[in-house]
Design a protein around this ligand. Structure first.
Ligand code: GRF
Length: 191
């Protein structure tokens, strides 16, 4: 049985698009169906991209709402989809325990650094400012902390001779787009 998946985004959604493509014609083809893309921001470019693939989209605006209230709103909305997994792809919010409890061990995130070395926002900036020769991408389950959940896998990004922050980001995202789906396949295969 294919896993029923919702992807949560806040912005561009390039990871979301890579996952959608892989679920249609790539390594996730037999493993999952993307049933919904949800954004907490109205202007997230990823919403239009998801629609162009014929995927149901919804924007539930988080601005001005208390964290717990918003998360409970999401939980009650998402319940109708009978989801197996929630995939975070640039969803710029920390989820509260009410949300995490509901989807325990079924929420997955991608973090653009080694979570043992750098947690939170600005990971590519950190790699660039420290002139790192390489960094890592981490795919992990989400728990109550920020980037502290059980690691599914880490992948190296070569940053040698990367001269600008945008080059660092581009190299990292290229790895993210492939690696996220590979790690999702691993999880979906095991369950
Ligand atoms: C990625 O770098 C991801 O690792 C981080 O947020 C960024 C989202 O980019 N969590 P996109 O929206 O998938 O293009």
């Amino acid at each position: 049985m294919k896993k029923r998946v919702a992807i949560l985004i806040s912005g561009h959604g390039s990871n979301m698009e890579a996952i959608i493509k892989n679920s249609r014609n790539g390594i996730l083809k037999d493993h999952c169906e993307i049933v919904l893309v949800l954004s907490n921001r109205e202007n997230a470019e990823g919403l239009q991209i998801a629609s162009s693939y014929g995927i149901e989209t919804i924007c539930i605006i988080s601005k001005g709402k208390k964290r717990e209230d918003y998360d409970l709103e999401l939980v009650s909305f998402l319940k109708q989809y009978e989801l197996d997994y929630i995939i975070l792809a640039g969803f710029m919010r920390i989820l509260s325990s009410a949300f995490i409890k509901t989807f325990k061990n079924r929420i997955i995130n991608i973090h653009p650094a080694d979570t043992d070395k750098f947690k939170g926002l600005g990971a590519y900036e950190w790699a660039f400012n420290n002139r790192l020769d390489s960094t890592k991408i981490t795919v992990h389950f989400v728990d109550n902390g920020v980037d502290t959940g059980k690691v599914i896998g880490k992948c190296n990004v070569d940053l040698k001779d990367a001269k600008t922050l945008s080059e660092v980001k581009n190299r990292g995202l290229k790895v993210e787009h492939k690696f996220y789906s590979e790690m999702l396949e691993k999880v979906f295969n095991e369950k």
